[in-house]
Design a protein around this ligand. Structure first.
Ligand SMILES: C[S@@+](CC[C@H](N)C(=O)[O-])C[C@H]1O[C@@H](n2cnc3c(N)ncnc32)[C@H](O)[C@@H]1O
Length: 252
């Protein structure tokens, strides 16, 4: 398992900020900026439903790479009663994850570690990696940590209209097949799915930003830049791209 180094985030501020879709200069404001929302892109109910469909139950061990505030682990531990390990490079989010685990009464079944996804050792019955890496990076990483016959869940934005620069859902399915794994479920969101969820998240974040009153001019500028990047990403996800997610059974 990865080292539990609380300062790890500082060393990896660029990758963390990039995965969250905000400028690196805003690293010091991340906890405040994302304070109003717990799920940082994933949909815990859907993911837990997928884990259940993949056979995850009480005796399973589940790993969430880049777990953020731990929403998947917390929901899976509560609903499926499985044991979960969440790993994230940013200790600020893990503080929230541990606090929520205690509030929900699942602290016994959830462990949260500061670390890099690529440094995690061991294999698990199920591995989740959502909204962290592009799919071509996420798949090799998660399948390495998934037991043969276990399941993994990955996601990415796929191209639905004309254009290039991102894979199509069919490309991802073909790639998974070439690795010897089997897609059990695929979900490509509609533009209205994105609108409903992302707009609600955006409004919550925007309202939170308005409440951060003690700010310097530089911080105000950075928070505006974070909001602008988020707005642009939401626009992309209702245009040529759509969020998509796959439940996959690992072959040999
Ligand atoms: C957009 S958030 C997604 C969080 C969570 N998976 C979700 O969907 O709600 C991306 C998370 O990945 C973490 N992260 C980015 N690169 C990482 C890496 N190489 N190793 C571990 N965590 C990483 C960030 O700190 C951040 O919490």
């Amino acid at each position: 398992m990865a080292a539990n180094d609380p300062n790890l985030g500082l060393k990896h501020r660029r990758v963390i900020a990039r995965s969250l879709g905000v400028p690196e200069a805003a690293f010091g404001l991340l906890e405040q900026f994302f304070e109003p929302i717990d799920a940082l892109g994933s949909q815990p109910d859907r993911v837990v439903e997928m884990l259940k469909a993949g056979g995850v139950g009480k005796n399973a061990r589940v790993l969430d790479l880049g777990c953020g505030k731990g929403v998947i682990a917390l929901r899976a531990a509560k609903v499926l009663r499985c044991a979960c390990v969440g790993v994230d490079a940013f200790s600020g989010f893990l503080r929230t994850a541990r606090h929520r685990a205690a509030q929900l009464g699942v602290a016994e079944r959830c462990r949260f570690r500061v670390g890099l996804a690529q440094d995690v050792k061991g294999t698990f019955d199920a591995v989740v990696c959502l909204n962290v890496f592009p799919i071509e990076r996420a798949i090799p990483l998660v399948r390495q940590r998934t037991k043969i016959g276990g399941v993994y869940i990955v996601d990415d934005a796929v191209l639905v209209g004309k254009g290039t620069g991102a894979p199509r859902a069919a490309d991802v399915r073909a790639w998974i097949g070439e690795l010897g794994d089997r897609v059990l479920r695929e979900r490509v969101e509609t533009a209205s799915d994105v609108r409903r969820r992302e707009h609600a998240n955006f409004r919550a974040i925007e309202a939170g930003v308005r409440q951060i009153t003690e700010r310097t001019a530089r911080e105000r500028k950075l928070l505006r830049a974070c909001l602008a990047q988020k707005r642009a990403a939401i626009r992309m996800l209702q245009g040529p791209l759509r969020p998509a997610c796959w439940l996959v059974e690992r072959g040999h």
